[in-house]
Design a protein around this ligand. Structure first.
Ligand code: SF4
Length: 278
């Protein structure tokens, strides 16, 4: 069976930058290093870091004195930065600059009197971070969910970096018809767009698709949704162990796409196992 790997599969620029930063800090520090939340949404990569002595905490309150804290790719809520600074902890900010951008935009637009609408998942760490910088009314609009009813006249719409473009467009378009003033700032990461385009193309060229990445990774789940819409034989797996030979019965070519937080060695493991299936 032939295996075709998407050109953009694997770590994006932002994830690679944060992972490298964590490794640098861990190698240089003569004391404990922890990440605030899992550094990226990939359990296998987080486990590898744990083996190198990098722990994970869910809040600054759990950090022992003298420990260096690395903020993960998805960022953190403002209150956690404030808490770390109040305790005098060393903080290395690994937030991806493309994740920082919606935080800055949300703060600026809320100060300018806009009701801020974020198209994204309110439970996602990135969205929680953005919300923490809003200084006025805001609404999180779930992709695929209802268009929110907003009482304010001035509305500004931004998106989670991994939002599907069509969903951002749907919310902006609907609100533009209801409000006098709507500002849209496209905060979708260009890596996400490129990766999604690549996945679409791949799904249209193969007999089945395997999307590799954490089940808790929003961008990986979106890739799987996109591929499934084109190629119903699409499977989302975290590792090669989950692959079932019967999924690929009759397939000649299988495509492999992967989320932005999926390490190369996990993708290679899946591709290798697929190649061994006949
Ligand atoms: S997908 Fe984009 S926003 Fe997310 S970590 Fe990668 S570069 Fe940053």
């Amino acid at each position: 069976m032939d295996v075709k790997i998407a050109r953009t599969a694997g770590f994006c620029w932002g994830v690679r930058r944060t992972v490298d930063k964590v490794m640098e800090v861990a190698a240089a520090a003569g004391h404990g290093v922890v990440t605030l939340g899992p550094v990226i949404h990939n359990p296998q990569a987080v486990e590898r870091m744990r083996e190198k002595g990098v722990g994970t905490v869910s809040a600054i309150a759990e950090v022992a004195g003298g420990t260096t804290v690395v903020v993960r790719t998805h960022g953190a809520v403002k209150a956690e930065f404030d808490a770390a600074s109040a305790r005098g902890l060393e903080v290395v900010d690994g937030t991806c600059p493309y994740v920082k951008y919606p935080q800055v935009v949300a703060q600026r637009l809320s100060r300018a009197g806009y009701h801020v609408v974020i198209v994204g998942d309110e439970k996602h760490a990135e969205v929680k971070g953005v919300v923490s910088y809003v200084e006025g009314p805001y609404t999180v609009a779930r992709p695929g969910g209802p268009i929110p009813a907003i009482p304010d006249r001035k509305v500004a719409v931004i998106a989670q970096t991994t939002c599907i473009g069509a969903e951002f467009e749907r919310v902006v378009g609907a609100l533009a018809l209801r409000h006098k003033e709507v500002r849209a700032v496209n905060t979708i990461c260009s890596d996400t767009d490129e990766r999604q385009d690549d996945a679409r193309q791949l799904a249209s060229q193969v007999d089945a698709v395997v999307v590799v990445g954490g089940k808790n990774s929003a961008n990986t789940r979106h890739l799987a949704e996109i591929c499934r819409g084109i190629q119903p034989r699409t499977w989302h797996v975290e590792t090669e162990e989950e692959l079932q030979p019967e999924w690929f019965r009759g397939c000649r070519v299988v495509g492999v796409s992967a989320g932005a937080s999926t390490p190369d060695w996990v993708i290679e493991g899946v591709a290798g196992r697929l190649r061994s299936l006949t």
